[in-house]
Structure formats: C-alpha cells, structure tokens
Design a protein around this ligand. Structure first.
Ligand SMILES: CC(C)(COP(=O)(O)OP(=O)(O)OC[C@H]1O[C@@H](n2cnc3c(N)ncnc32)[C@H](O)[C@@H]1OP(=O)(O)O)[C@@H](O)C(=O)NCCC(=O)NCCS
Length: 155
C-alpha cells in the first residue's frame, strides 16, 4: 500500500464494513507506522482488497477507529487489524496469502492475533487461529461489534 492507494482502500472499507466504519486517518496512520503491514491486492484497473496489521504488546489491542501515536516498543504479537476483499477476489486463499505476507514483515513475532467479526471464527480457525476467552475484557472488544471474538495463532 502507498499513500496513493488510500482513496481506493477507503472505498473498499466503506463497501465492506458499513457497520464498522473507521475514520480515514486510521488507514494513513497504520501505513505510516508499519508500512510492511499495509498490503493491497491489485486488480486490472482497481484495487480488489487490502490487509492491515502491526505489532502490539498482547493483549493491548487498539480500539476500533483509534489513531495511534506510535507502536509499542516491546511488542510480542502481530495484530491483524483488517483483511477485506471485494467479492470477486474471494475464494482463492488470498486471506492466507495476506497472513503470510504480514508475517514476513515481522518474522520475529511468533504469535498473531485478530478480532474475528461477521461470524468468521470458523473461517480463521482454518488458518490456525483459536478463540481466546478472557484475554481482553469484553468491553474492550465492544467497539468491534457484538460478535467480536479475539483469536490467536502461534507460528
Ligand atoms: C473473510 C475473507 C477475508 C476471506 O478471504 P478469502 O481469501 O476469500 O478466503 P479463502 O479463499 O481462504 O476462503 C474462502 C472460504 O471462506 C469462507 N468465508 C468467507 N467469509 C466467511 C464468513 N464470514 N464466515 C464463514 N466463512 C466465511 C467462504 O465461504 C469460503 O468457504 P469455502 O472454501 O468452503 O467455499 C473475505 O471473504 C472478506 O474479505 N470478507 C469480508 C470482510 C471480512 O469478513 N473480513 C474479515 C473480518 S475478521
């Protein structure tokens, strides 16, 4: 992802996450703080998806929509903030490719976590993620929606 991609990334986010909107600054913020964790999927003429993530100190997840001043210096976990693909790009294991590419940007981090939404816990389990109860207070996950589930994968 480059800054020039941000307008298209925001369009995709608006279409895929109408119920979990984030301020536009969040995308630019994550790109600036951890460029290796900001990926796009190129189509012929438009972008077909994006993935965003960055290191955190587990279990200190940012609240949804939160602009960060900086990343934690003693991070121990990679946090996958979002993977969003347009419908025409789905079903070809692109999400798995994104996970692998995000890991390449921080190979020293042997744990990845994410907040599963839209009932995707079974989907993420295919990629080795397990639901983790009680690591994060329920109210902290609330910004991600009612069905938000923290999941963790060890590499
Ligand atoms: C979820 C998503 C990232 C999966 O990416 P992908 O590259 O298409 O995934 P894969 O090709 O590895 O797997 C496709 C499978 O996931 C399943 N899947 C997709 N979304 C799902 C959901 N919400 N719940 C359960 N299964 C789901 C598909 O039905 C398909 O199943 P099949 O293999 O039995 O046909 C993509 O569908 C997407 O961007 N969805 C909208 C945004 C979203 O939900 N992001 C994740 C939020 S935590």
């Amino acid at each position: 992802m480059t800054r020039g991609d941000l307008a298209s990334v925001l369009e995709i986010a608006d279409r895929i996450h109408p119920d979990l909107p984030e301020p536009p600054d969040v995308f630019a913020n994550r790109l600036a703080l951890w460029p290796a964790g900001a990926l796009v999927l190129d189509g012929d003429r438009t972008l077909l998806g994006y993935a965003i993530g960055h290191p955190i100190r587990f279990p200190n997840l940012p609240a949804l929509g939160c602009v960060l001043d900086r990343l934690c210096e003693d991070s121990d976990t990679f946090y996958v903030h979002d993977v969003a693909l347009m419908p025409e790009a789905r079903g070809r294991s692109r999400a798995g490719e994104a996970l692998n590419m995000l890991h390449l940007g921080a190979p020293h981090l042997k744990r990845t976590c994410l907040v599963a939404v839209y009932g995707t816990t079974v989907f993420w389990a295919r990629y080795g993620f397990e639901a983790t109860a009680n690591a994060v207070p329920r109210e902290k996950l609330a910004s991600y929606g009612d069905d938000a589930t923290l999941m963790v994968r060890e590499w």
